[in-house]
Design a protein around this ligand. Structure first.
Ligand code: NDP
Ligand code: MG
Length: 381
């Protein structure tokens, strides 16, 4: 059993729901949980898992707020971003799991670390935009990765020092268009792009897996989390998603972490760390696994991945700009406002128009994030 209490931020999403399955198996107490607007799912979770405090960051309708409070008198219910920040600062919990989707998650990661709490991090945007700030806030406790590839590296690396690492290899499924002929890319629909061959995830991260922009984000996450230069971080397509990532040591040995693809396992490891605990949530039968293969990432098929690598090396404000621009073009594509291939062009345009800013502070990051998103939406709407 994991004898800890948690704050679950983004409890109604794909990661949030998997986290609730872990919570149920391990008897973990959830002290507070948040969602943006999905009150029916969050209330259901609150009754099922005995969660005493809920915060909705996106419900502004005062009549609905009053109704939700009066209909659920035994649960403390709050509304707005400021209330979530207050709860992060004032409630009593051991670990906060940040499973909020998108750039909106950064301020909450910042708040968790400011309050000197352990942060289990699924929200990859926090490190992409604010890695240089968040990592400086750490004292003796690490950020506990939930993203499966990062969790794999964290597990395989153990206590080995950075000097013993030759390369960190991130694996990628290659997404749903791994084998689609390139001439058919101009016909891709949002419905097709919202399927992942191996993982069930939220819409944005599924689309990012199809373009493999997701892997560029994970390269940046790896850089900040493990303090490794980009020259030591590689990515490879592994269509079966069984090997979740590998550490190559200076003596030529590789250590990999493997299991069936299921986010409950990295969530459990983040919550149980530094221990391992009994669990039957994810069982992997070696004999029934497909053959495990690895292949290179084709620049023609995945240009956003390679653009993401360029941006990672440029650093400064550029990771924020590309992340924000991709959020905006993802929205436009999923709304059928632009074709799949146009996403790359608009992201490139936003990057080309951005002046460099080195070592941006939190306010600058949040401001340029919002500006970039607006700008990209205005290219089209
Ligand atoms: P989902 O879209 O499924 O869920 C997002 C959650 O965040 C929901 O609870 C949603 O509430 C809440 N939310 C959305 N927008 C805001 C906002 N502006 N402010 C506060 N809360 C908000 O996302 P996923 O669970 O797929 O992903 C969550 C994070 O984890 C992302 O950063 C993703 O990249 C990362 N990740 C996800 C993986 C996966 O397997 N899904 C794997 C690795 C990383 P509501 O339901 O009310 O809208
Ligand atoms: Mg991942």
């Amino acid at each position: 059993m994991v004898n800890k209490s948690i704050a679950l931020l983004g409890a109604t999403g794909s990661i949030g729901t998997s986290a609730l399955a872990v919570v149920a198996e391990q008897n973990i107490s959830v002290v507070l949980a948040s969602a943006h607007k999905n009150y029916s799912s969050l209330l259901q979770a609150a009754y099922q898992h005995h969660i005493p405090c809920l915060i909705f960051t996106g419900i502004e309708d005062k009549a609905l707020q009053t109704k939700l409070k009066s209909e659920n008198p035994d649960i403390r219910i709050y509304f707005g971003e400021a209330e979530l920040l207050t709860a992060i600062a004032s409630e009593n919990y051991d670990i906060a799991l940040n499973a909020i989707a998108g750039s909106g998650g950064l301020r909450y990661s910042f708040a968790v670390l400011k309050n000197n709490k352990l942060l289990a991090l699924a929200n990859k945007e926090s490190l992409i935009m604010g890695g240089h700030i968040l990592t400086k806030m750490l004292s003796d406790k690490p950020i506990l990765p939930v993203d499966s590839e990062l969790s794999a590296l964290f597990q395989a690396m153990g206590k080995h020092p950075a000097e013993e690492i030759r390369f960190l290899h991130l694996t990628a499924s290659g997404g749903i268009f791994r084998d689609l002929p390139l001439e058919d890319f101009n016909k891709i629909t949002p419905q097709q792009a919202l399927i992942n061959p191996n993982w069930t995830m939220g819409a944005k991260v599924t689309l990012d897996s199809a373009t493999m922009f997701n892997k560029a984000l994970e390269v940046m996450e790896t850089h900040w989390l493990f303090k490794q230069p980009y020259s030591k971080i590689k990515a490879v397509i592994h269509p079966q998603s069984i090997v979740h990532s590998l550490v190559e040591f200076i003596d030529g040995s590789f250590l990999a972490q493997m299991s069936k693809p299921d986010m409950k396992l990295p969530i459990l490891y983040a919550l149980s760390w530094p221990q391992r605990v009994h669990s039957q949530l994810v069982e992997t039968d070696l004999i029934s696994l497909p053959p495990l293969t690895f292949q290179e990432i084709d620049p023609k098929r995945y240009p956003l991945f390679y653009l993401g690598l360029e941006v990672a090396n440029a650093g400064g404000i550029y990771p924020t700009v590309i992340n924000s621009a991709v959020e905006a073009v993802s929205f436009l594509f999923l709304q059928n406002k632009i074709p799949y291939l146009k996403m790359f062009d608009l992201v490139k345009k936003a990057l080309d128009e951005q002046e460099p800013v080195s070592d941006p502070d939190l306010e600058t990051i949040l401001q340029i994030n919002a500006q970039t998103c607006q700008k990209v939406l205005q290219y089209v709407i």
